[in-house]
Design a binder for this molecule. Structure first.
Ligand code: MN
Length: 735
């Protein structure tokens, strides 16, 4: 009974929340919209039926809350509300994207598809996650609503972080701080950005967070009194001049206070700008600028402004769409106070960002705003960039965070670049061809180098030369992703071109020299000219880093080596000479196993020597040096007739080589004898049997075994073990 009762309560609560959502959406709904929202709500309720959040609440609370944020805090419309209600449905339930497309159309389906694709968490430095991030930005250029609903989703998750396990809390909080807060900032969603930052602090440094909250609370009354006194004369004068307005004292965010304390190493009490005064004017669009400056004039009539702290984002809005006039003035009590002056429209955009911005834009048909420019820049970046995903994220983030510098073309056109941009960045901003050929610039009519860092208000004229080309050094002093990616593109293309040319040069020269460039020779060349890849080898030829003449030297050295290996050795004397050449004075003996690559030798087939055997080398006429056992049947003849061709040789233990060797085993036949023999052999470490054949006749057997051994000691051990087998009479090595 209890259970039913609480389920009933839950149902009521779900409906209550749904109605609150509808009520909030009402002003923007068009015909049929509420029916669609109802459908989406029902589909979501049905799909998430029985699912619960970590808090224990019904899951549907989450999509409802996300939709509520979308409408209330971001100012989105019906499509986004539907997408928000269904945002987790495809990923977490049975509902397919197709079904959503059928019921709600392509637009909603696309947004949900985008949201599903970026559902993974982002972790800096992992390429998979960087790829996810890139996907997310792709959707940004497609339909910004994907990101906006994602931000709403993320904000609600941050607000309900309490019930998550600690590791998840940290992960979600840092990810929001790393990516979502800057994105919110970039899209002009200040309150969402601020709330995310505050929540980040709450979950990563709760003591500091609580301390600041507590201090803000205990100082509130004093602050309010100060604000009241400070604003009183301004209010009176604004009223007298007929303004319709609102003045607020806005506390700074907990996180920004925290940052200030940390940055300036000061206690809470010493943070002077705990709040800003905001003057919001209700005024016609045409009068906006004039009214803001009029208000500025009133404020500064009462309080002296700090000339270094005037920010005019009314004449030139920030590229995220932010418009406002900021000044910092001295209060009667000797305290600096920041005053923000803006119109209702500007305030709306500052609070709600992108969606509000669009609402006004449609009404006013303005030119492309900073935000549009930014989004189209993101689109360009995505299209251009073939850098690795991680590199891309770093680039993008630095562009996201950087404050901007405002500069002008010679014709007085405004260009906004990331802070720290140089003349070269500016050149690429104008056009990639201008960037590619940039040799310098004139800033305010003065000649400056490419690496000159731009200041606000600079007027920049780029000087070009047809002969100029980008080079790797340029990457050291550009900061905009556009310039970076264009320079990288050029370098890459240049390398490719040089490699093509180099390949041609190499092949032509080789042909002239009669050098056949088969795979083997190409590899030798690569090693000879210390290149990692064939392309690098070609590139070095193309760029003349390797003088084609050096190819001749390569050929000569190669032939010499060949000669020294094969032809020069005709007897013991020349052998010794060669040996000294390749190994230095003092060596007079061929080391079998060690000198393989320097001296051409093989093991004689007639006696199959193995390591440990007594051996000698014999210089043949055509086949290099052959190694024979001193006990070889041919040894006597060779040594007595061709003494001048005998060279000293011995085994080295440096390399473990395997030698093929034959054993003859004879004895009395019995059941299981083959099994015993092969068991002994294979139990012996490092012995591989190549073949084993056993014949038996009249109670006797004779086995022929071919196997690989390391050396004679190894062979002896094996032979002794075989001799111990019951029934085995003889074990001999044969050749
Ligand atoms: Mn969600």
């Amino acid at each position: 009974m209890m259970q039913t009762a609480s389920l009933e309560d839950e149902k009521k609560e779900i409906l209550r929340r749904y109605r609150r959502l509808l009520k909030m959406a009402k002003p923007v709904l068009k015909d049929g919209d509420s029916l669609l929202i109802k459908k989406a709500f029902n589909m979501s309720v049905e799909a998430h039926k029985g699912m619960r959040r970590k808090t224990g609440e019904p899951y549907i609370y989450h999509p409802l809350a996300v939709a509520q944020i979308a409408i209330e805090e971001i100012g989105l419309g019906t499509t986004s509300i539907i997408a928000a209600l269904l945002h987790d449905v495809v990923e977490d339930t049975e509902v397919e994207l197709d079904e959503i497309r059928k019921v709600f159309g392509l637009k909603v389906a696309k947004i949900i598809d985008g949201l599903t694709k970026i559902s993974g968490t982002f972790e800096h430095g992992s390429s998979q996650q960087a790829e996810n991030f890139r996907k997310m930005l792709l959707t940004l250029s497609d339909d910004v609503r994907v990101i906006l609903v994602k931000l709403a989703d993320r904000l609600h998750n941050m607000r309900t972080l309490e019930s998550m396990p600690r590791d998840k809390q940290l992960k979600i909080a840092s990810e929001s701080m790393y990516l979502y807060a800057p994105l919110a900032h970039r899209l002009g969603l200040y309150s969402i950005k601020t709330e995310m930052e505050d929540l980040y602090l709450k979950y990563t440094d709760v003591d500091t967070y609580r301390m600041i909250v507590e201090n803000l609370r205990s100082s509130r009354d004093a602050r309010n009194k100060f604000i009241k006194d400070f604003t009183a004369p301004i209010q009176a004068e604004l009223r007298r001049q007929g303004f319709s307005f609102e003045i607020k004292g806005r506390p700074k965010s907990i996180y920004s206070i925290y940052s200030k304390m940390k940055k300036q190493q000061i206690p809470f009490e010493e943070v002077y700008d705990l709040f800003a005064i905001r003057v919001i004017i209700d005024v016609e669009h045409e009068m906006e600028k004039a009214s803001c400056w009029q208000a500025y004039s009133i404020v500064t009539d009462f309080y002296k402004p700090n000339p270094d702290r005037l920010r005019d984002w009314v004449s030139t809005p920030k590229s995220n769409g932010y418009e406002s006039l900021h000044t910092t003035v001295m209060s009667k009590t000797g305290q600096w106070v920041e005053v923000q002056i803006r119109t209702r429209r500007m305030d709306d955009i500052a609070e709600k960002g992108y969606a509000a911005h669009w609402k006004y834009k449609e009404a006013n048909q303005q030119n492309r705003s900073g935000l549009d420019v930014w989004i189209s820049k993101v689109r360009d970046m995505l299209a251009q960039s073939d850098s690795s995903a991680i590199e891309f994220v770093d680039d993008f983030r630095s562009n996201l965070f950087n404050e901007e510098v405002y500069v002008f073309t010679p014709k007085g056109e405004l260009r906004i670049l990331p802070n720290g941009s140089t003349a070269l960045d500016f050149a690429f901003e104008i056009h990639s061809e201008i960037g590619n050929h940039c040799i310098g610039a004139k800033v305010n009519h003065k000649l400056v180098p490419l690496s000159y860092i731009l200041n606000n208000g600079d007027q920049v004229e780029i000087l070009t030369s047809k002969k100029q080309k980008p080079n790797e050094d340029w990457l050291k002093f550009v900061v905009s992703s556009k310039a970076k990616s264009k320079i990288k593109d050029f370098i890459k293309e240049n390398r490719r071109q040089a490699a093509l040319e180099g390949k041609e040069i190499l092949y032509k020269k080789a042909e002239l020299l009669g050098l056949e460039l088969n795979d083997e020779v190409l590899n030798e060349l690569r090693v000879y000219f210390t290149s990692k890849t064939h392309n690098e080898l070609y590139y070095k030829f193309g760029k003349n880093i390797i003088d084609p003449k050096e190819l001749k030297r390569f050929k000569i050295e190669k032939e010499q080596k060949h000669k020294s290996q094969n032809q020069k050795i005709s007897d013991a004397k020349t052998f010794e000479k060669v040996l000294k050449e390749v190994k230095g004075e003092g060596s007079d003996m061929l080391l079998i196993g060690e000198d393989m690559d320097k001296i051409d030798y093989t093991l004689a087939k007639c006696c199959n020597p193995i390591a440990g055997d007594d051996v000698f080398g014999f210089v043949t006429v055509n086949e290099g040096i052959k190694i024979h056992r001193t006990s070889c049947p041919n040894a006597l003849e060779l040594m007595s007739n061709y003494g001048y061709r005998i060279v000293k040789a011995k085994w080295t233990s440096q390399k473990e080589l395997e030698f093929l060797c034959g054993l003859k085993v004879t004895g009395t036949d019995r059941v299981g004898i083959i099994n015993d023999i092969s068991r002994i052999i294979s139990a012996e470490l490092r012995v591989n049997i190549r073949s084993i054949a056993i014949e038996s006749e009249n109670g006797f057997f004779e086995g022929t075994i071919m196997l690989y051994v390391i050396d004679t000691a190894h062979l002896d051990t094996l032979m002794n073990k075989l001799k111990e087998i019951e029934g085995v009479h003889h074990v001999i090595r044969f050749t």
